[in-house]
Design a protein around this ligand. Structure first.
Ligand code: BGC
Length: 445
């Protein structure tokens, strides 16, 4: 069940990163300036904002399964429409629709996994979603490479990019079909006073004994939850919410998606041809995947804080080096090495750890709503970074002064901020039960 739900994460990665191989061709085809290029790349993110905002409410009302189905439907429509669109506006609308699906899945997949998973394996299974995100990113990098490699530049500008977006039809339909076969979340069923259905599903998952204990604890937890928004801002909760939101923003403003979405363009700008740029992008995806595995293996041993601090330091150092390389107009190889250093550091730390921390620092009774707020902020920050990167990168005044090094210096600065913030404000949650974490907020407040 976790694998099916994590397919939502796979599409999150696939659909957000597909833009990287296509944006250069789109730009030529639709004759876009830097602001319009930013819009073509980030329009989907506006949809993600909407998706993250509505997913909580919609899934509370209609159920997790229907919400996941809707996300799958939107993924499919968007893949078809963006592939056949004939103007920037049409393309942007298609991408916004898909973005709604991504935004919904980005919060629903981990939420669904958390709700069906037995407590002792919840952390690992939730992190599995990040593994799916980076797998989706790597797969689409390959797909983009093979499409672009097959034909000359002129063909790619005309139709190659259409195949790139169209290729998402396959995983989208697969997700949509598979979600039909997963059961509704027992936790949601209990909330809707449908405990007998919940019991049946739990029995199928873990046998009668497991089902009865599990149902009891879900019923206890649901009974403790009250539906008031004011709760989010009570002293003990306020600080948890604040930490979650700031971490979500920091995950994005340290620049990850500039590389996920614009890597081939960065390589081209720094001297590579199209094929070499797409190949180097595949290497980025592979390093991202490899170090995510390292993180999954160490997160419960080393702890969340050390990973985030070491990782952010690595990201900051790599970004500074990259900024300097861009400033001094150094060669391709150095650029690749610094970018890989940055990606490895991110994959070890801010990538998986932020999502894990978001799923565990909120007290049970506000977890859903709080996670929705944090996810929404994460997408807003992502939008801001993706929209402003081409503008900073191509601003004539900044280019004259810093030779394309400026944006990286900005992201490096946020890495320093991350280290300070994590050191001072984020509690270590390794090995603690969710109740212990909840208690520590109350004590501190
Ligand atoms: C982030 C995404 C990013 C991905 C890259 C995720 O944790 O939320 O914005 O594209 O990691 O691996």
């Amino acid at each position: 069940l976790s694998i099916v739900a994590a397919l939502g994460g796979l599409l999150f990665g696939y659909d957000t990163a597909v833009i990287s191989g296509a944006i250069g061709f789109l730009r030529t085809y639709f004759v876009l300036d830097s602001g319009e290029t930013g819009w073509a790349a980030s329009s989907a993110l506006v949809g993600c904002l909407i998706g993250a905002a509505v997913a909580g409410g919609f899934s509370d009302m209609a159920g997790r399964k229907k919400a996941l189905l809707l996300a799958g439907f939107l993924f499919t429509i968007s893949a078809v429409w963006s592939a056949v669109s004939n103007s920037l506006t049409e393309f942007a609308i298609a991408r916004i629709l898909g973005g709604v699906g991504i935004g919904m899945a980005s919060m629903l997949s981990p939420l669904y996994i958390a709700e069906i998973a037995p407590a002792q394996s919840r952390g690992r299974l939730v992190s599995f979603n990040q593994f799916a995100i980076v797998t989706g990113i790597l797969v689409v990098y390959f797909v983009n490479y093979f499409i672009a490699n097959a034909e000359p530049e002129e063909w790619n500008v005309r139709v190659g990019w259409r195949w790139m977006f169209g290729s998402a039809i396959l995983p989208s339909v697969l997700f949509f079909v598979l979600v039909f076969f997963i059961p509704e979340s027992p936790r949601w069923l209990v909330k809707r006073r449908r405990s007998s259905e919940a019991l049946k599903i739990l029995t199928r998952m873990g046998g009668r004994g497991y089902a009865e204990t599990e149902l009891q604890s879900i019923e206890d937890a649901v009974a403790r939850e009250e539906d008031s928004t004011g709760q989010l801002f009570q002293p003990g909760m306020r600080i948890a919410l604040l930490i979650g939101v700031v971490l979500a923003v920091l995950q994005q403003v340290t620049g990850i998606n500039v590389f996920m979405y614009y890597a081939p363009e960065i390589f081209k700008q720094l001297g590579s041809g199209t094929n070499s740029a797409l190949l180097q992008t595949i290497v980025i995806g592979a390093v991202n995947l490899t170090f995510t595995i390292v993180a999954l293996k160490t997160i419960d041993k080393l702890g969340r804080k050390p990973l985030m601090i070491i990782g952010s330091a690595g990201m900051g150092i790599s970004l500074t080096a990259l900024g300097l390389a861009a400033y001094f107009q150094k060669t391709e190889l150095w650029v690749l090495i610094f970018i890989l250093g940055y990606i490895a550091s991110f994959a070890l730390s801010m990538g998986p750890v932020v999502w894990v921390v978001l799923s565990e620092i909120f007290p049970t009774k506000i977890r859903g709503r709080a996670m929705s707020i944090a996810t929404l902020t994460l997408w807003a920050a992502n939008y801001l970074v993706s929209q402003t990167f081409p503008m900073m990168n191509e601003n004539p005044w900044l280019v004259e002064k810093f030779n394309h090094g400026f944006p990286f210096a900005v992201y490096a600065l946020f890495c320093v901020l991350t280290i300070v913030f994590v050191k001072i404000f984020v509690p270590e949650t390794k090995g603690k039960s969710l109740e212990e974490i909840e208690m520590s907020w109350r004590k501190n407040s």
